[in-house]
Design a protein around this ligand. Structure first.
Ligand SMILES: [Zn+2]
Ligand SMILES: [Zn+2]
Length: 294
């Protein structure tokens, strides 16, 4: 990136701006910049993008030139889009290891490949899904960052739920990941709602990482204050009166790559309770190669 580019990023995002940016172009005019990897989720082909109080549609994202071409939408536009994505993590280096009660964790350097494979079109207000689109060729972006891997214990869930074992586990750890991120960003002063990303697996692996390339130190703060984060998370989950997960109070996240499917508030309670009680021990094991939730 040019020095000018870096200046633009710093101007927009302060000290966090160390990554690459996507240029937003309307006609021949650059109307803004958005930082990667977040830009990938907001400026893919077909995305509805709000900018300066106006509504735009992205008609082409050209990653090779780091440019999103947009056109203005006229009148009252009633729809918005949510990206469907998955994040493929790779652990590059272990920086620190420890235990949360009897649950092992590692603070690591990671490479994350973000893959936006489609999106949903929704109606404002109701959030009703109008259409779901998948790209023939996904948009991908790889970046290096830091994060924490929690090797949460495997929990046995109620056999009376009408879902299979893998999906039950997925719903549990995925929901626990969402709530820990939401609570973590609130507990850590100065953290924004998109500072942390999460990846979880039905096996109990939960990754919470800095969304900004290079790492911002937010995920590390989560580990430093993990007791508080877990206790508040448990309280959020147990005090919500919804059936099994609701927007926006408990386990839903506006940044979910799975459009908030595969979440269970009740099973997330079991996961967090088990970590806090420290009664169930678990061990460090390799990350699965697929089947993750974001
Ligand atoms: Zn709820
Ligand atoms: Zn999610």
């Amino acid at each position: 990136m040019s020095d000018k580019g870096r200046e633009v990023v710093r101007a927009i995002h302060g000290i966090r701006g160390v990554g690459e940016v996507i240029k937003i172009v309307e006609g021949k005019r650059v109307i803004g910049h958005r930082e990667l990897p977040m830009a990938l989720r907001e400026l893919h082909d077909g995305a509805i993008y709000l900018h300066g109080g106006r509504v735009y549609e992205v008609y082409k994202l050209d990653l090779s030139s780091r440019t999103a071409y947009v056109r203005k939408l006229q009148g009252d536009y009633d729809f918005y889009t949510t990206a469907l994505y998955s994040s493929e993590p790779r652990i590059d280096e272990i920086l620190e290891e420890g235990f949360i009660k009897s649950v092992p964790y590692q603070y690591v350097r990671l490479t994350i490949k973000e893959v936006v494979h489609g999106y949903v079109v929704k109606r404002f207000g109701s959030g009703e899904v109008v259409e779901k689109r998948e790209f023939g060729e996904p948009f991908t972006y790889e970046f290096r960052t830091k994060g924490v891997v929690i090797y949460a214990p495997f929990i046995t869930f109620s056999p009376f739920e009408n879902v299979d074992v893998v999906e039950r586990g997925g719903r549990a750890y995925h929901a626990a990941e969402h709530v820990m991120i939401m609570v973590g960003e609130n507990v850590i002063g100065g953290a924004g709602p998109t500072d942390l990303g999460g990846i979880s697996y039905p096996t109990g692996h939960i990754i919470i990482y800095d969304s900004y390339p290079g790492g911002s130190g937010t995920a590390r703060m989560i580990i430093k204050r993990i007791d508080e984060v877990l206790k508040i998370s448990l309280s959020v989950l147990t005090h919500c009166t919804c059936t099994d997960g609701c927007p926006p109070k408990c386990v839903y996240s506006p940044y979910c790559g799975n459009d908030n499917h595969y979440l269970s508030r009740k099973n997330a309670i079991k996961v967090i309770d088990a970590i806090l009680k420290g009664g169930v021990s678990s061990s460090v094991s390799e990350l699965p190669t697929g089947g993750s939730y974001d």
